[in-house]
Structure formats: structure tokens, C-alpha cells
Design a protein around this ligand. Sequence first.
Ligand code: SAM
Ligand code: SF4
Length: 345
Amino acid sequence: MGTDSFGRRIDYLRISVTDRCNLRCIYCMPPEGVPWRDPEDILTFEEIETFAAAAVGEGISKIRLTGGEPLVRLGIVEHVRRLRAITGIEAIAITTNGVLLPKYARQLVDAGLTRVNVSLDSLDPSVYSSVTRGGKLSDALAGIDAAFEAGMRPVKVNVVVVRSLDQDLLSFAEMTRLRPVHVRFIEYMPVGGEGEPAPGGACSSDTTAGAWTIEDHVPSDEIVARLTAEGSAAGFGELEAVARGDAPGGWGPATYYRFPGAAGTIGVISPLSHHFCGECNRLRLTADGKLRTCLFSDDELDARAVLRGGTEADLHALVREALASKPESHNMRVGTLRRMSQIGG
Ligand code: SAM
Ligand code: SF4
């Protein structure tokens, strides 16, 4: 139960609860946003909960809520409470830009959600504002503080590394020295942008997809080499690998490091340079009810149609079909029909 045709145990479901967002990150959404789905196309919370219960019956035990920005959907706290009450769910996590955490962190913890990933690509207010097209760094930092104060653990920070942004990676390493936060540097992925004009006017080819270009992709080995050199020059000591057993409990494929004496850790996630499909443990449900078996594949199963016109047995069969059709690995394809905000990361 919960095993795909390549013997991988699939126990993790990422649920996108909305395609809407209160920010417009340059690598995720166009400035004007994407055309929102009609409200009737978006799964109701009840439909999501019905799907989750069926997925649990097929081996899922961990759920992460994402979006768009999951905290902009009204009623999210009660949704968390109901999901948490499904027998067989071991934990619920959220990936958020953090802006609304000061409002919701405590309520989410009360409802049974403790694990949080906050996306934050720069600790420089002006870089943060340009990456998010107008977001305030102080809002995201207040979100991280609120997560700690509410008792969320682990608190992780996701940083997408984009070469042309020239991010100060060491400032994040400094953050891990001071507080028990786990910063994960994520390789910029060519998701979305299929068929859209790329910067410079060319259309998507092997090296571009919408805003993504191969030049902007920074392989994780380079990220680690940079942190090692800059950390040592700054007197942080030698960056050391963290053994798997000591790494912050994760559901994903990060490799962790730490500077001596640091309260937190530094992780790298390398979907492109060292792809980890052999360890993939997840399915994704989009806000409009499509079940995706791979982030990079546009092959989707129509869970919404089954939720609205099928039986509980049909729903179980759909999840089993997803497990059976999950590809062995992604094909390094550049560009997908949906943008990241429409898939959920
Ligand atoms: N709004 C929430 C947030 O930003 O955390 C949740 C949704 S967002 C789509 C989920 C994650 O995907 C974020 O950490 C974001 O930085 C990441 N992401 C978006 N586009 C990406 C890309 N092209 N490559 C790598 N990560 C990306
Ligand atoms: Fe919104 Fe998250 Fe996409 Fe940024 S990465 S635009 S916060 S969905």
C-alpha cells in the first residue's frame, strides 16, 4: 500500500489550496498575476478533505498545504483542523511566504499544524521588494518570528537561488548561526513558461522557459562552494556536512550542512543538478483538483471530476492509478504548462 511501480513509498501529499497570492515573485508569476480559475473550478475544502481521506487510505500520512499563498484562502485554519482529524494523518505542514503568519501562526498551531517553510529569497529589503514585486521584507521576517513564538517546529526558510539576483547567501548562513532556523537553498527550476516568450524575445527552447534561463540556474555544488569560501573568509569556520540522522526531520530531499556552533542548519535542494527522483515520495493536488504525479510532468489525473461525479471507490482507484503511473524520473524538461503558483511547488 502506498508504493508506486518503482518500489518507492509514496506517503506525502502536497495540496495547493488556492492559485491566488498576495505577492508576485518574478520567477513564479507574471506581474499582472495569472488568470485566476473560476471559483467553481477550485476544490471546496470539503472536497479536499474527502480526497485527503481517500489518499490516506492509499498510504498518504503527511500533508503540506501550499498555493499560491495558502494563507490568503479564508477558512484555512478550520480546514487544517479537519484535515488533522483524519485518522492516519501524522502531520500537516505549510509552505507560505510568511506575510500572514503574524495573523495565523497561533491559530494554526492550535488547529494542529506545526511544521512551516517560509519562502524568503533575500535579507536585503530592496532585493526582497524587487523579487516579490513590492513585498516588504519586514513582513516576511515578522512571519518567521511569529512562527517561532507560536511554537512551530521545524521552522525552515526556502531560498530560490537565481544568479542574476546576486543574492547574499552568507547573510542567511549568519541567520542559522543565531537561531534554530533551517535555511534551504533551492535550485531555480524551469517550471511554467511553456510557450511563453523568454527574456530577449526568443520562445521557450531547451534553455529558457518564461522567465527561467539556464544562465540563471545555480547548481547546488556551486552554492555549497560559495558558502564554504565566504563563510571561512568571514570567520564562521568550516562548513561541515550534517549526518542524515542529525538533519532536521524532513519529508524532502535536502542535503544539510552547518557552520560550527550554529543553532540551525543550511540545506541544499538540487532538483536539476543531482536529481533525486529515486527518493521521490509525493503526489500533488492542484487547487483546481488535478492530481500530478511529477512536478515536471503535465500529465494529470482529474480528481475533481471523480470528486464531483464518482464514488469513494472511484477516488481510491484514482489514487492507485496515480501511484501506478508515477514516472520513474523527470526528463529534465524545460517548461511546464502550469506555473509554480498553479502547482504549489
Ligand atoms: N506562496 C507560498 C510560498 O511562496 O512559499 C507557497 C507556494 S510557492 C509556489 C512554493 C515554493 O515554490 C516557494 O518556496 C517558492 O519559492 C518556490 N518556487 C516558485 N517558483 C520556483 C521556481 N521556478 N524554482 C524553484 N522554486 C520555485
Ligand atoms: Fe506567491 Fe509563493 Fe509564487 Fe511568490 S512563490 S508569487 S509568494 S505563490
